[in-house]
Write a new protein. Sequence first.
Length: 256
Amino acid sequence: MDSARIEQLRKEWLEEEKIAHIHGWDFSHIHGRYEEEEDLPWEYDEVLNKYRKNDMQLLDFDTGGGEFLLSLEHPYENTAATEGYPPNVELCKERLLPLGIDFKACDDADKIPFENDRFDIYINRHGDFNAAEAARILKKDGVFITEQVGADNDRDLVEFVLPDTPLPFPELKLEIQKKKFEEAGFEIIQAEEAYRPIKFYDVGAFVWFARIIEWEFPGFSVKKCFDKLLEMQEIIDEKGVMEGTIHRYLLVTRKK
C-alpha cells in the first residue's frame, strides 16, 4: 500500500473517530457499510407479542431513545420506561413523557425506581438487568423477557485490534443467567443462544462502531490501532469484507 493511500485512509478514519457519537440507539451512519443480527433464530418483537397484552403494565428498561418501545404501540397509559445514558434521558423526556408514558431516569438495574409488584411484563433488550430486582417489580406470573449481547460478543474483532483485552461482562452467558433467574424464583419459559456473523465493508465503519461500543473496545483509537486497521483494510481489499462474530441470547422467564 503506497504512502499516499495510507495517509488518505488515516485522514478518513480520524474523521470517523471524530464524529462517532450516537443519538438514541441510531446506527444509521453506518447502514449499508456493516451488517449484524440479520439471521438470529428468533425475532425479539414476535417473542414479546406472544406474551404482551394491551391491558398489561409494561416496563422497558434501558429503552435507548424509546424507538423500539414506541414501535410496539402498547397503550401509553400502561407503559413505563427507564434510561440511564444522559443524552438519551433528555430525548426520552421530550419524546415519551408528553405521550403519557411513565418515564424515569435510571442507570442502576439493581435499584429500579418503581414499586413492588408493579408490572405484568418487563422487557429489556441489550440493557443491564438484575434477576432479584426483576422479581421485586413484577407481579406474580409476571414475565421477564430479554435479548442480550453475550459475553463473547465481537471478541474476534476486539482481539484483532486490541489483543488480550479482558472480557467486560464475563457472566453474560445463557447458562449462568438461567441459574440466576431460577434462584430468584423464576420459571424458565424459553432460552436460546446464537453466534452469528458481523460484517464490515469498510474500515471507517468499524472505526465509528468501535468508538461507540467503547466498553467492548476500551482504549480504542485510530492512532493506537493504526497498524491493525491497515491490516483490516488489506483484508477488505482482498475479500470485500471483514467478518467477526456476535453473541446473543434470549431469555423468557415467569415469576412463580
